[in-house]
Design a protein around this ligand. Sequence first.
Ligand code: SF4
Length: 373
Amino acid sequence: MSLNHVRPWRNIYRRKSRQIMVGNVPVGGDAPIAVQTMTNTLTTDVAGTVAQVQAAAEAGADIVRISVPDEASSKALKDIVRESPVPIVADIHFHYRRGIEAAEAGAACLRINPGNIGDEKRVKEVIKAAQDHNCSIRIGVNAGSLEKHLLEKYGEPCPEAMVESGLEHIRILQDNDFHEFKISVKASDVFLSAAAYQGIAEATDAPIHLGITEAGGLVSGTIKSAIGLGNLLWMGIGDTIRVSLSADPVEEVKVGFEILKSLGLRHRGVNIISCPSCARQGFDVIKTVEALEQRLEHIKTPMSLSIIGCVVNGPGEALMTDVGFTGGGAGSGMVYLAGKASHKMSNDQMIEHIVEEVEKKAAELDAVAEAAE
Ligand code: SF4
């Protein structure tokens, strides 16, 4: 339950955007902020790509993007879409035929910049294919590939140039009476991205896809994305996010969710609150948290678990969590349930025991949620 009415300093006022559909996933308006990732297999490797899409969906991805660089990939896309548990966005660069093929293959959304297609007749053909197949479009402005005339006008990639580029693409879609679109204005530089996103957020009511492009590896990219995307989300900007990491797509999904969870914008799975540990710890906090993160990956119910080394902070943190464990003396600690001290448990059986308690609590919360539906 949100307690933001008594804690106004936690409030985030979300920008009002139009809602569009990406397959069966609403994006924008009051829809939950969708988490996306992108496959990095060869699209023509249908089995490998489907496996990656499924793993990403299992980790919580709402939408997955797939590159469609050639005709063989368009063909493969049809089989992938059929097997996918989530809507697929087809990533198209310049080739209008790929856009049409992807819409025909069942893509839920095309990532394509209409201004890059060139010929007006071809633009109309792509838009018609999208309309005919219930396919939305994501305009993806990127600081690294801005149009020549804008670079000449502004001298270098800057927020104004990115916003202008976005508005030019938007105009083409609107002139063709196409309104099921969202937009991103990505840069690898956090400052440039943030300024461009703020500009586009003011200039349009289209849903916004957030991302810091080419953010880097798992650690550096996570930090960069958390700062850049976190800052925008905190301002209320963003209807769907993708964390770009040079890492497994599943990691992108996990990081995306953690960013949203940190801001209280979405909840999924067990939120573990744990101390960094020190000489006072009554058990090995770091190893325990590592083991629990793995053992609790299957839990999708939003809930909280505190794993705290000693009584300095243990009881206080346990007060706010569904399940808690606080280290004590003589090889055992205290288990807390719904904020109250419940029973003692020996350190060597505690991981198994906590997994059971969390599973029990998750089933209980699921039953309550089901009854309320
Ligand atoms: S809660 Fe206890 S064990 Fe954990 S860091 Fe603080 S003092 Fe150390």
